[in-house]
Design a protein. Structure first.
Length: 178
């Protein structure tokens, strides 16, 4: 099975959880990206010295966003997992944002999720449950990560789990209509 064709939502006892395909592990300077045509992870870029992913970063399958990629998600895992690992998660919120690339501005939101099996983040149910300083560091990572590549990432607002789910459902509809 291709990683991008795994169901976005889980059913049965796990109803309400989502599947996240991790592309880039926490602490990595290497940005990996899943290439459906190859059915493999590829090295997309190397971040400048001093830049590392603060948490695991990936996508939710069966989604499509304005930037032409699946919906991005930052997974607050206790420790890093490997690229291609599928993690069953709860959505806790999103950073709604715009991104500007080559004078073209579009929405490029970042969902935030916690794994169903977590020790450090077991009690987090909403983005606001996180320390405000940590939320600020996450926003700043995306701003500086994009600036280092000549792009502008502008956070608009933080939203909770229900709004994140609506963003996910919209990205699923977009993919189904493409």
């Amino acid at each position: 099975m291709q990683l991008d064709s795994i169901p976005a939502f889980n059913h049965g006892a796990d109803r309400g959880t989502v599947n996240v395909v991790v592309e880039t592990p926490k602490g990595s300077r290497h940005k990996y990206k899943y290439q459906p045509t190859l059915q493999a992870m590829t090295l997309d870029k190397v971040l400048p010295q001093g830049h590392v992913f603060p948490f695991d970063f990936g996508f939710i399958p069966e989604t499509l966003c304005e930037d032409g990629d699946p919906l991005d998600v930052l997974v607050l895992l206790d420790d890093a997992v490997f690229p291609g690992c599928v993690v069953k998660c709860r959505l806790v919120g999103a950073i709604e944002a715009t991104q500007t690339v080559d004078r073209r501005t579009f929405r490029n939101d970042r969902l935030v999720a916690t794994p169903v099996r977590s020790v450090d983040f077991a009690e987090v149910r909403q983005l606001r449950d996180l320390n405000p300083g940590l939320r600020g560091q996450i926003r700043q990572f995306f701003v500086s990560y994009n600036a280092a590549q000549g792009r502008r990432f502008r956070p608009l607002r933080e939203v909770g789990a229900e709004a994140a789910r609506k963003l996910l459902e919209a990205a699923i509809r977009t993919k189904a209509g493409s």
